[in-house]
Design a protein around this ligand. Sequence first.
Ligand SMILES: *[C@@H]1O[C@H](CO)[C@@H](O)[C@H](O)[C@H]1NC(C)=O
Ligand SMILES: *[C@@H]1O[C@H](CO)[C@@H](O)[C@H](O)[C@H]1NC(C)=O
Ligand SMILES: *[C@@H]1O[C@H](CO)[C@@H](O)[C@H](O)[C@H]1NC(C)=O
Length: 298
Amino acid sequence: MAAAKVLAVFVTLMVIFCEVSFSTKDGSCYKELKEPLPNHIVTKPPHQKLNPSVIPDSFDWRDVNNTYFVSPVTNQFLPSPCGCCWAHAAVGALTDRMMIATQAKRSIVPLSPQVLLDCADPDLGSCHGGSALGAYKFIFKNGITDITCSPFMGVDSFYWAEVPCNETMCRTCDRFGKCSFIKGPTYFISEYGTVTGEDQMKAEVFARGPIACSVYAHSAAFEEYTGGVIHDPVQYNSTTHVVAVTGWGTDEKTGMKYWIGRNSFGTAWGEDGWFKLQRGVNALDIEKHTCAWAVPKM
Ligand SMILES: *[C@@H]1O[C@H](CO)[C@@H](O)[C@H](O)[C@H]1NC(C)=O
Ligand SMILES: *[C@@H]1O[C@H](CO)[C@@H](O)[C@H](O)[C@H]1NC(C)=O
Ligand SMILES: *[C@@H]1O[C@H](CO)[C@@H](O)[C@H](O)[C@H]1NC(C)=O
């Protein structure tokens, strides 16, 4: 059995090295689900129970009570370009929520977007696009491991030979070069769902942590963004890309309201990988489209 697994790892690595990825920065990495997914909601969502007056005018999980509650910026294009913003945004927001749940007092290793590429049904997501809600549906059922035992490779490899997917989420190699699947910490969520629009988004982010939202990203304002508040007056009617929204604020000089978000284009893009996007006017279609949230089981 162990030998079969070692062989499976070897075969898959060969497949990975030979695979050609067609996804590029110009491709759309957000894909609408064929059928809407049912949410799995157990507790009353914050936007239904919070008094709006408790929600502050500005809020940023990068600095709440002098604590940095968010996970690092990632790059979906290295080591191989992959249209999996949906996976980076979903596991990024979930990792943030684990940091929040532990009061950032415990080491939280970022969760693995690669697990989703390896194991999730391609209808939920792949290197050719996917959905953050689909990612949460997968994690709810199967759990997910972290990047120390399933590093990001930027390829779809949902076929680790004959080994069942739930046993491929974690692997390691020894100092003699022998690699095998192992059992590692696996993280689950207790519920997941969606919010839409400025008020629901703010209540959810404030009460429970970052969310994964989609935007129309094939706009120069987004693609060529280097800093400040992204402002694009065109009313887009669709979205192409998924990002994690971690807070909001208002520009002191111009009075423009904005969202704060983390992208997955590496730290060379935007403000060290982060962005601000005009808020309240459906900029890049962010507020008319659903955002996904999930509650980690701690
Ligand atoms: C920040 O501090 C306030 C006031 O003590 C507290 O109510 C709140 O729960 C804290 N937030 C977090 C995320 O720890
Ligand atoms: C994977 O799933 C199979 C069948 O559902 C189960 O028997 C097995 O114990 C699971 N393995 C792990 C590592 O969870
Ligand atoms: C979005 O839809 C509106 C109303 O139908 C239309 O006026 C607008 O041109 C559309 N925007 C784009 C970018 O296609």
